[in-house]
Design a protein around this ligand. Structure first.
Ligand code: ZN
Length: 331
């Protein structure tokens, strides 16, 4: 059973233990995953019985050490509908879950680093093979800048007429890609990404050094989930987006200074600042994800640092964790 390090005030219990299984003798907890650990697998099903659910497909990245890289599946009304990032390993976790891909038509990319997008082609191909019907994939991600293409260009370089996988859109089913670039200027206001009946998705630019990056908020049926992506949080943009949200998934890629390499603090948020942002946003629950080995080994001090300013519920993510966002309790 995975070991979850949780704050004593944790009011909800994640269902990771029910949703995950480890194969092989002596399987270790994901919290101790490493070269000597048995691989983690997500248990297949059961299908969602709640109206708004989060499944952590990947809680690690970019290092390969037993966790899949960043990826989250969001189920609305019991159906898998949205992927937030599709890092390497997400493809495998999706298969393990036995998730019906049919309604996964919306992909939100926080930024275009490999640990957040590496399994995009694998997912698209897999979806294509699963059903015999034309399909439009809706991608939303940051506008371009510096060394980084816009999301439109990124998808075109994969699946466009001259793309690396130009064959795919006509290989089996007719595939279309509707891609929207999102504002990445630090001063840009919260942007409405899409609105459909009970669903509203918004984004805001976040500071990931020179990498164009956004965070996403998904409001559905009166509850709100926010996924930070990678960011240093030198500004308060994430706190603005996450204000009053039920659940904040925060990329936790460094320990407090000076424990991590100095340059990483321009890319990632130190735990004490994560606590400040969660407190400022008044989110009910906080999930620390995108865990590298250094943070994995320092879970207790990281948790103490976050809790220094944040009094809500905190837990570390594991692959396969499922969270009922309507109650933040097990389903
Ligand atoms: Zn990352």
């Amino acid at each position: 059973m995975p070991r979850l390090l949780m704050a004593s005030s944790l009011l909800f219990v994640f269902v990771a233990s029910a949703a995950c299984a480890h194969v092989g003798a002596g399987a270790g907890a994901p919290a101790a995953a490493g070269a000597d650990s048995a691989p983690q697998r997500c248990a297949s099903g059961p299908s969602s019985s709640t109206t708004f659910e989060l499944v952590v497909l990947g809680s690690g990245g970019p290092r390969g050490f037993g966790r899949a890289a960043s990826s989250y599946l969001v189920l609305l009304g019991g159906k898998a509908r949205i992927l937030v990032d599709v890092g390497p390993g997400a493809f495998v976790r999706l298969g393990e879950l036995g998730v019906d891909f049919k309604d996964v038509d919306t992909l939100l990319l926080t930024h275009l680093h490999i640990d957040h997008t590496g399994d995009v082609p694998g997912f698209v191909k897999s979806r294509d093979l699963t059903f015999d019907e034309p399909m439009t994939f809706r991608f939303f991600g940051p506008a371009g800048g510096g060394d980084y293409p816009s999301t439109k260009t990124f998808i075109d370089r994969l699946f466009g007429e001259h793309g690396a996988y130009a064959y795919l859109p006509k290989f089996r089913n007719e595939l279309h890609f509707a891609v929207t670039d999102l504002p990445t200027h630090a001063d840009a206001p919260i942007h409405e990404v899409l609105r459909e009946r009970d669903l509203r998705v918004t984004s805001i630019a976040v500071d990931h050094d020179d990498v164009p990056a956004v965070a996403f908020r998904i409001d559905y049926a009166g509850h709100a989930l926010v996924v930070s992506g990678d960011l240093a949080s030198k500004n308060d943009n994430l706190a603005k987006l996450a204000a009053g949200a039920d659940f904040l998934v925060y990329d936790t890629a460094v320990v407090d200074p000076p424990g991590s390499p100095k340059k990483l603090y321009d890319l990632h948020t130190a735990p004490h600042r994560i606590g400040e942002i969660a407190a400022a946003a008044r989110v009910k629950s906080l999930l620390l994800s995108h865990i590298p080995p250094m943070v994995e080994k320092a879970q207790e001090p990281v948790l103490r640092s976050v809790k220094a300013s944040y009094g809500g519920s905190v837990a570390f993510a594991t692959d396969c964790m499922r969270i009922d966002l309507t109650s933040a309790t097990p389903r």
